[in-house]
Design a protein around this ligand. Structure first.
Ligand SMILES: Nc1ncnc2c1ncn2[C@@H]1O[C@H](COP(=O)(O)OP(=O)(O)OP(=O)(O)O)[C@@H](O)[C@H]1O
Ligand SMILES: [Mg+2]
Length: 233
């Protein structure tokens, strides 16, 4: 689905990504791991052309997308749930979902809204609440729901469960598992190794903007592994 080949990127003159190599296979859950400030968010921003001096190849389904506008990338079936749960605060839950939808047909749109309520029953209970009155966890569910209203094939989540209560985290991991079963391709950034090992098919660790390890859950789950050494403080 996505291949990064020797990707370099900067913020103005300061280079952050160095010859980054990464692959996300279709139908898999792939993770992007690394300590704070190692370049995970920058990698996502680079996919959308939102960093400077991008070099190397960013290839989506066989098409090189370097320099393509974010809306064109979205039109290619990629949806992003960015850090910090972005929802429209003064719209209700349902209005937030509808506002992001691409459907011309009202009935199809409502069917997709109902699917989101199935995925996140809490959103169904709060459908008429204004988004700014939702808890952090509910806002994150809504942010994921909004991303899915564009009917993407590829979902990217930056800090999927950061700062959320354990019970809400579980609901989000369950929803991602359900999406995986529906054959979505998912790239997830998060710091909770246990659920990532359970859900993820392939894992990538960044250090100072370069890939230092990639492998499977079995290795990542082993506290003595090389992978874990890269993640330890
Ligand atoms: N807008 C920006 N302008 C300049 N430098 C930035 C900008 N955003 C991030 N950086 C720098 O780029 C590097 C990588 O940051 P990035 O946000 O990609 O890290 P991250 O792995 O997502 O970290 P975290 O786990 O804290 O979210 C850091 O050194 C950071 O200070
Ligand atoms: Mg980040």
């Amino acid at each position: 689905m996505l291949t990064l080949d020797r990707v370099c990127a900067s913020y103005e003159d300061s280079q952050v990504l160095f010859d980054l190599e990464m692959e996300v296979a279709a139908g898999t859950v792939t993770t992007l791991l690394g300590k704070n400030g190692m370049g995970k968010t920058t990698t996502i921003r680079t996919l959308y052309g939102l960093t400077d001096n991008i070099r190397g190849d960013v290839v989506l389904n066989g098409t090189r997308i370097n320099g393509l506008a974010p809306h064109k990338i979205a039109a290619m079936g990629v949806a992003l749930v960015p850090e910090g749960r972005q929802v429209f605060p003064t719209l209700t839950v349902e209005e937030n979902l509808i506002a992001t939808a691409r459907f011309k047909n009202k009935r199809e749109c409502q069917m997709q809204v109902d699917k989101m309520y199935e995925l996140f029953p809490r959103l169904a209970e709060r459908k008429t609440s204004f988004a700014n009155l939702l808890s952090g966890g509910e806002q994150q569910m809504l942010a994921i729901g909004r991303a899915l209203m564009t009917m993407p094939r590829f979902l990217i989540l930056d800090e999927a469960t950061e700062g959320l209560a354990p019970v809400v985290r579980r609901e989000i991991w369950m929803a991602l598992k359900a999406l995986k079963e529906q054959n979505y391709t998912i790239l997830v950034i998060d710091k909770s190794l246990k659920p990532l090992c359970k859900l993820g098919d392939a894992h990538n660790i960044l250090q100072k903007g370069a890939l230092v390890w990639s492998g499977q859950s079995k290795e990542l789950a082993d506290p003595q592994s090389e992978a874990r050494r890269h993640l330890s403080l």
